[in-house]
Design a protein around this ligand. Sequence first.
Ligand code: HEC
Length: 403
Amino acid sequence: MAYKQVILGAAVAAFTFSLAACGGEAATEVEAAAVAAGPETAVVEERQANFKAIGKSFKAIRTQLEGSSPDTSAIAAAATDMNAYAMLLDDHFPEGTSVDDGYDTEALAAIWDKPDDFTDAKARLVDASAQMITLAEGGDVAAIGDQVGAVGGSCKNCHDNFRLDTDYARLSDPEPAPPTPGSLVSDPAVRVWDLPLRLTHWSFALLVPALWWSAENSEWALHKRFGVALLGLLVFRILWGFLGTRTARFSSFVKGPATIWGYLTGKVAHTIGHNPVGALSVLGLLTVMLVQVGAGLFAGDPYDGATGPLNPLVGVATADTLTQWHEWFYWVVLGFVALHLSAIALYGIFKQNDLVSAMLSGTKTVKGEVEENDRVMWLRFVLCSGVAVGLALWIANGAPPLS
Ligand code: HEC
């Protein structure tokens, strides 16, 4: 008994000691950070204020261009400011002020590792803003619009290479203004939708009417094939919602009520991908299609010719009920499709936002600096489509025991 208490006591002591040791370590780290954050903090703050000012001048220029009659002298003034700020950058990056040195900054160590590239990146902004002054003084609004692309390109080029890429950093950037009608600014198209997502989407668009047509015309063999294809696509789309590119992933677009409300009231900005309201439509469509396919798998009457592949797994009464559901639920699917199509039409008419071409080409022209969608990881695509095809075929064969 006694020796157990000794062991326990020793364990407690060891634990307490290790905690104390951890605490000590943490304290030294904080001290280290405090020391590192010491001497140059003022410069770091100054450069951040300077970048904010650059952002503001850039925004002032773009705001002018969005108006119906841009004031070129205001643009010239903003470009002059921006050019002056750009020239200050030379003094803002003393050695040892990167994020790795413990400063509260987004400046990457690459700035000092590749000094020549950084000098070039600064020069690009200086040149682009100088050119903007000349063009603004010349008063050619279309040329100024093109030059906005060059200036924005210089920001992006430098940020891509030398600025810590955090989501919040992107959000705190000069907010990309929503595309406006007749805008003079020609920005480059950015990646929005990946290829597998687009193919899946347009296959849905073809399959839903094809399923209707084949049922109307009692083409049951075709109807079943289309149904299995739809099932496979749905499984793929769901897996892709976890393993696909950023705009395909559910986590990037499914938001809570607060964000949805914020978006509706214009408080939450949105750039690319599904907006928080569109997300509801995506989830709705996927769900109703899944329910419809699910019922179809069990539907039918073996004595009536057509049955879904899983029909033998359920009793006649259940199959009968599911068949009835399968028939009337098609109207629910149609309802969701109609909502989806009207939303797209409204976006096109009232927001001049052409969702259809973005879904066709996968790219979109967006104003300002926007984080593009990432590229497809094809191995993940192979994995998702393999599972989807396998599962669909297995179900098409009546889900036989796997052994
Ligand atoms: C030569 C490289 C370079 C160029 C060119 C550049 N930036 Fe930056 N920018 C940075 C770096 C590095 C930071 C991070 C600074 C920090 O956190 O200390 C930054 C930060 C910013 C910030 C955040 C400032 C803050 O802390 O709140 C804004 C806004 C910004 N840049 C806008 C722009 C705009 C707009 C342009 C183009 C007109 C531009 N930048 C061009 C390198 C650059």
